[in-house]
Each structure stands twice: as C-alpha cells, then as structure tokens.
Design a protein around this ligand. Structure first.
Ligand code: COS
Length: 389
C-alpha cells in the first residue's frame, strides 16, 4: 500500500481529508464528463486511487488496509462523493459490501488470503446477493450451493452485481440447505472468478452513474472449494449479508451527503452568477427558499450519519439507525437534486451542466442496498420489537 495514509492520529486524518479534497477538485471533478461519456473510470485514475490507498480504507491495518472507523469512513465519503458517484463505485465494493463479510465473519485464513489484495486494489471483489426473483425479499434467494465431498456445487443467477465485469472474486450468498426456505438455509462464500462454471453478462445500460457497471453473474455447476465457506459455517450467510448491509447503508448515506453538498455548491454558484429581472437569482427569496431547504436537509442527514457511525464504532447494534440514515439521506439527495435542476432552470435540463447528470445518478440511492420501503420496514419492525419488549 503506498501513499500518505499511515496512522490515523487527528493530524494525519485531517491531512488525509485535505489530500482527498485536492484529489477530488483537481483530478476527479475535471474527469467527470469523460467518465460519463466513455462509461468508464479511466485506468490512470483507478491507479491513482490505488496509490492513495482508497481501496483499503476499511480493511484492518493487520491485513494491509487503513482500518478506518465507521466515523472516519463516512467523513472520507463526504469528501470523495463531491465527485461523480462512479468514482466511489470503483472502490465501493472493495471497501464495503464485497469485503466486509470477510472482515466480520471470515476465518483467519480467509482474511489473510483475500484482505491484503482487496486493500491494495489488486483484487476487486463484488457482493452477489440479488437475483432475478429475489430483490427486497433477499431471504428467498434460489441460487444453490450443494455440498459434494470437499466442494460445493453452485448453480444460479445473480443480478445487477456492481463491479462484476472486472471482479476477481465474489462474496456470494447461496442456499446450502434447499429444504429450508428462508434465511436459515443461506450460506456465504468467497468465490474466485477464475473458477470454471462462472459467466458474466454484459453490463446493463443504466439511467445514470455511467462509469459504474452492473452485470449478471451466472453459476453453472461451479465447483467451489469447501474452504470458501465464510467462517466455515453453514446457515449464517443471510446474517452476514445483513450485517454487511448495516454498515453499507451508513456508507451509502454518507455518499448521499457528499453528493448533496456538491449539488448545493453547484446551485449556489449558479444562483449567484445568473441574472434575471436585473438581479442575481440568488437574491430572490423563492430561490433562497430552495437553497435553504437543501442546506437544512443535507445538514440533518450529515448529523444523522455521523451519529449512527459513532454508535456503530461504540459497539451498538445500529440496524435501525442505519436504515433511518439510508432512508432519509437518499430521499434527501433526491429532493436536493430536483431543486438543483430547478434553480438552474432550462440549463439544468442540459447535459452541459453537472446537475443534469447528478439528477439521474442520485435516483439509484433510493433503490440499492435496500429500497426506501425496505428501510421503512426495518425501522418500524425495530420500533415494534422495542415496544413489545
Ligand atoms: N444483523 C444481524 N442479523 C440480522 C439482521 C441484521 N441487521 N437483520 C436480520 N437478521 C437476522 C434475524 O435476526 C433473523 O435471524 P433469526 O432467524 O435467527 O432470528 C434472520 O436474520 C432473518 O431475519 P428476518 O426474519 O428479519 O428476515 P426477512 O426475510 O424478514 O428480511 C429484510 C428482512 C426485508 C430487512 C431483508 O430481506 C432486506 O434487507 N432486504 C433488502 C435486501 C437488500 O438490501 N438488497 C440490496 C442488495 S445488495 S446492493
């Protein structure tokens, strides 16, 4: 691991944020248009992200990463996500849903085999949970992993898997016990892409977030060594996935805050420059109301995300708070993007302006890593559980 992120005393962490701020302004934002047009993050930028240590932000130091706390991670994301979400996506599965199952529940051997390469960015890892018939109802997944001697034979299709087209490994959730219908029959594996019996679909054409790729992953009689079972335990893979998503949802919420801050910056700059009726539109109270609503909501989301992150770092169970954050922050950035387009007027609908692209990009935040409706369910279920004692 190269670069400047070594030990995270306060000064070093502030330095990290400062370096990142510069990287975002000088390298990422100027490359946004190109990323969108070419539907790819340029390899030289991926290489720079690797150099900076960004692929290893959340991997513990003992395995070659930087081992950020959740709070530090979200503060890094607030900065990074002032640039197109496609850049975040390039590192997103390595620092989040792809790696965290191994970090949380992997055996020592699994950690030593995978985490150093994940942290350096040498190995890209994706998270394979969703299927054609299993989205929000994740526990109904049908992909099977049937034990046969010292291997599991995997069959099934995973859908909309982020970074699958360039992944070297997958954190895969599959049913090891088909006689059990729900969560109890599901196990988690680390599957190497190089194994026979894995094919990757063509990247889907999406509404936004060009430069981030999602594909189907098809397993046909793929023989996965038994040693790939995460933690060496069957039947707990759904729980691993849910724990990973708890952290993932806080992460996505911080992404939403970063993007909202950028949209506010763009809106304010435009409103201060654009003149109508002989005045800057920023001086009109109806425009000010939109700016103020966006600032207040983004600030609220930032506070929520920091609180949830700190609670997680203190060892609290934060599923409910993670869902509150994901629900509020993703809906918030949708409203902020909508106002940003409105403040830009006709120009907001034109691809020359960043807000047109961000408006499309942010729509996904209300959907992936659990829709807003799933977050509402998780929150309400927790409320009922608490009230019922
Ligand atoms: N942490 C640890 N364990 C958890 C957990 C969490 N956050 N959430 C659930 N579990 C456990 C439960 O305790 C339960 O275990 P027991 O049977 O031992 O009690 C088990 O997992 C099943 O939980 P539950 O009955 O609540 O599961 P449901 O089938 O009702 O599903 C939802 C729960 C809907 C919340 C889940 O399916 C979900 O999050 N769906 C959305 C999936 C998603 O985000 N997809 C995005 C794809 S990844 S980009």
């Amino acid at each position: 691991m190269g670069g400047w992120i070594v030990a995270l005393d306060l000064d070093t962490f502030e330095q990290l944020l400062e370096t990142l701020r510069r990287f975002v302004s000088e390298r990422l934002i100027p490359a946004e248009k190109r990323v969108s047009e070419e539907d790819a993050v340029p390899p030289e930028i991926v290489a720079e992200m690797r150099e900076l240590g960004l692929f290893g932000l959340t991997v513990p130091e003992a395995y070659g990463g930087i081992g950020l706390t959740t709070e530090e991670e979200v503060r890094v994301m607030f900065e990074l996500c002032r640039a197109s979400p496609a850049f975040r996506s390039a590192i997103g599965t390595n620092i989040g849903i792809g790696s965290q199952g191994i970090v949380m529940d992997g055996t020592e051997e699994q950690k030593q085999t995978y985490l150093p390469k994940i942290a350096s960015g040498e190995l890209v890892i994706s998270f394979a949970l969703t299927e054609p018939d299993s989205g929000s109802d994740a526990a109904s997944l049908r992909t099977t992993a049937i034990r046969d001697g010292d291997v599991y034979v995997v069959n099934g299709t995973k859908r909309f898997i982020t970074n699958a087209s360039h992944a070297h490994a997958f954190t895969l959730m599959a049913r090891t016990d088909p006689s059990k219908k729900g969560a109890a029959g599901v196990s988690a594996f680390i599957v190497d892409r190089a194994l026979a019996g894995i094919s990757i679909g063509k990247p889907y054409k999406k509404m936004g977030q060009q430069g981030a790729h999602v594909c189907d992953v098809i397993f046909e009689d793929c023989r996965v060594p038994a040693s790939a079972l995460i933690g060496g335990k069957e039947g707990v893979g759904f729980k691993t996935a849910m724990k990973v998503l708890d952290r993932g949802r806080i992460h996505i919420s911080s992404v939403c805050v970063g993007v909202a801050e950028r949209l506010i910056e763009e809106s304010l700059a435009y409103a201060m420059e654009r003149k109508q009726f002989g005045e800057r539109i920023a001086d009109f109270q109806l425009v000010q109301a939109m700016l103020a609503d966006s600032r207040a909501e983004s600030y609220a989301a930032r506070c929520m995300v920091l609180d949830a992150a700190r609670r997680r770092d203190a060892g609290e169970q934060v599923s409910m708070q993670a869902s509150c954050c994901k629900y509020f922050a993703s809906e918030m950035v949708g409203r902020v993007a909508d106002r940003a387009v409105q403040i830009h007027g006709g120009s907001g609908y034109i691809a020359e302006y960043a807000v047109e692209r961000f408006y499309r990009d942010v729509r996904l935040f209300r959907i992936y890593e659990g829709t807003s409706q799933i977050q509402q369910l998780v929150i309400a279920k927790a409320m009922l559980r608490e009230a019922e004692g």
